[in-house]
Design a protein around this ligand. Sequence first.
Ligand code: CIR
Length: 253
Amino acid sequence: MFTRAIVRKPCENLMEGITTADLGKPDYDLALKQHANYVKALEKCGLEVVVLDADNRYPDSVFVEDTAVVTGHCAIITNPGAPSRKGEEIEIREALKEFYSDIETIKAPGTLEGGDVMRVENHFFIGLSKRTNEEGARQLIQYLKKYGYTGSTIPVREVLHLKTGVVYLGDNNILAAGEFIDCPDFEDFNVIAVDDDESYSVNCIRINRYVIVPEGFEKTKALVERAGYKTLEVGMSEFRKLDGGLTCLSLRF
Ligand code: CIR
C-alpha cells in the first residue's frame, strides 16, 4: 500500500530533454496540464503528493523516478547514467530526508537509474541498460540485502529502461512488451503481453486499487481491465516525446 508520492513540475527547458523518439518537441503548456492531471490521478489513488518546484538546470528533471529507489525501509539515491542528468538527485535527497532516516547512495563508477528497477514484492529486478551498469546494480543489491530485500539483474537490449518494457501489476501479473514477453526470469508469472503497436503503454502504474494507464491505448487498457483492475487514464503525449512514461514521473512509497 502506497501513501505518498514525490513529483517535480516540468521545467521550461523540457524541450531540451534527451530523446530517441521521433515525435517532435513537447508543448510546454500541454505538458503542464498533463502533469497536473497526473498528480490528480495519484491523489485519486489515495496518495499525498509532494510537488517540487521546476528545476530549469535539468531539462529531464520531471522524470524523478530515475533519481532514487524508494522502499518501505530505506531510500537509495542513484547516480544517473546520463551525464546531463547527474545532479538531479541532489534535491531529491533533500526531499526524501523528510520521510527517510536511512538513505543510501549509489556511487561512481556505479551508475543506476530508477527506471531500471522493478519491484516485485520483496524482490527487485534491475535492468542492465545504457544507464545502469553492473557496478550500480551490485551496489543496489548490497543495500537492498541490508534491509531484507533481494535483487537480481536482467539485460535490457531494446528499450531505454527495464520498466519501459515491463511492469509488475501485483497479484503475480506482469505486463510485458517486446523483449520481455518471453523473458525466462518471468516464467513463474502470469505474463500479459502488450501488442507491439501499443508497446509504449506497457509502462502503467499499479497504485492501491487502481492501475494508471496512458490515454489512447485501448487494447492495453482492456487487457489490464480483463486482469481485474480498475483503470485511470492520463494523457502522456508530451512526456512520450522525451521517452518518458507514467512511472518516470513519480517516486511512490
Ligand atoms: C531520459 O532520457 O533520461 C529522459 N528523457 C526520459 C526518462 C524516462 N524515465 C524513465 O523511464 N524512468
